[in-house]
Ligand binder design. Structure first.
Ligand code: GGG
Length: 360
């Protein structure tokens, strides 16, 4: 008897710039994985043309009922947002943040690891077997959207603006528990909490206090508290001390870009915006942006999108397929099939084909 087919309904939102190239590449790889499963599962793709071109036509990054259109799907496969024709805060808030906050995707995970043949700026990175994961609080903090602008055009003191970082006890507790639970699944069994409570005496102090309270429930996990400035230095100087790094929305955004640069290129880093309660779809996207300087040339690095596809497979419980995709990415790098950002000459298409050929 043939195995039952499970179909995953996925929203495909390439959005802007190289997002179009890497999402198409990611879909090709996922289709190859579905074919290799012998019909055990498949993907039904729902295409959404939202993003900065959509904005030029409609004045919005996505329709008013955009979340309604996505809410019953199994996941969102996202590219990158941002284009020079739309102010960055408008494009980011109109699409990526609207989806993350609308679907309470409060945990954003961003793994950092070294790939074969990819040069890292860290001396001896491969021998040191570096591997850590940034957990980004993805629903509040500095991205809460509270603030305003007043006194436009005022003489003398000029305009005034405020931007508040909002930390709730519930928001802090859930992201810390997530980080500790994740650390329990990893060999390092350590959580490094990033803070700036020496300078920010309200929100970040609550952040620290909730961390200390949650840590008491995880006596088997080593902890440390590191100021964000010191953590940036640690990424560069002592990355082998890192395992799970939990940080606020803005701090983690900055540190995860640093982490992907440490692994060799921004184009390599994967991420998952998770709604761990599974009430809403989660969203899988590379860490990188839309890269207007290389968009449309067929040279974008698709590895960050492939890693995000692997995280999506894991989210669906397809751990074997996720692992085989990671192995295929490693083999492709071992074969020296690399895009320009990591020292090669291969195109997006070349890397995609090689990963498909290398699938177990
Ligand atoms: N694929 C990730 C992406 O599109 N990022 C665009 C961006 O500007 N992100 C900043 C942020 O999320 O804080």
């Amino acid at each position: 008897m043939a195995a039952a087919t499970k179909t995953f309904d996925i929203a495909s939102i390439p959005a802007d710039g190289v997002g179009h190239e890497v999402v198409a590449a990611g879909r090709e790889v996922l289709e190859a994985i579905a074919t290799n499963s012998g019909g055990q599962f498949g993907f039904e793709w729902r295409d959404f043309d939202w993003g900065s071109e959509y904005y030029a036509r409609t004045g919005r990054m996505m329709p008013e009922d955009g979340l309604e259109q996505l809410k019953d799907l199994d996941a969102i496969f996202f590219g990158a947002v941002g284009w020079p024709t739309v102010p960055d805060h408008v494009s980011l808030w109109g699409l990526r943040i609207a989806i993350c906050q609308g679907f309470d995707q409060w945990a954003n995970i961003r793994p950092v690891s070294m790939l074969p043949n990819v040069q890292s700026p860290i001396v001896g990175a491969h021998e040191r077997d570096l591997d850590w994961i940034v957990v980004r609080e993805n629903s509040e903090g500095e991205y809460s959207g509270f603030g305003g602008r007043n006194f436009s055009g005022r003489e003398g003191l000029g305009e005034v603006s405020t931007q508040s970082a909002v930390f709730t006890e519930v928001g802090c507790e859930r992201i810390f528990r997530f980080a500790f639970d994740l650390a329990r699944t990893r060999p390092g069994k350590k959580v490094s909490k990033v803070t700036k409570s020496n300078a920010q005496q309200y929100g970040m102090v609550l952040w620290d206090e909730v961390f200390d309270r949650v840590a008491q429930d995880y006596p088997d996990i080593e902890t440390e508290s590191v100021l964000v400035d010191a953590m940036a230095a640690k990424f560069v100087l002592r990355p082998e001390d890192l395992d799970v790094v939990v940080a606020s929305n803005l701090h983690a955004d900055i540190l995860s870009d640093l982490g992907s640069a440490m692994s060799g290129s921004l184009g390599l880093a994967a991420s998952a915006n998770l709604n761990p309660d599974r009430r809403f779809p989660s969203m899988f996207e590379p860490v990188h942006g839309s890269a207007p300087d290389i968009a449309g040339q067929g040279i974008a690095n698709p590895v960050g999108q492939f890693g995000s596809a692997a995280l999506m497979l894991e989210h669906f419980g397809l751990d074997v397929e996720a692992k085989s995709l990671q192995v295929a990415i490693d083999r492709t790098c071992e074969q020296g099939i690399l895009t320009r950002d990591v020292g090669g000459t291969a195109s997006t298409h070349d890397v995609t084909q090689a990963v498909i050929d290398n699938l177990g």
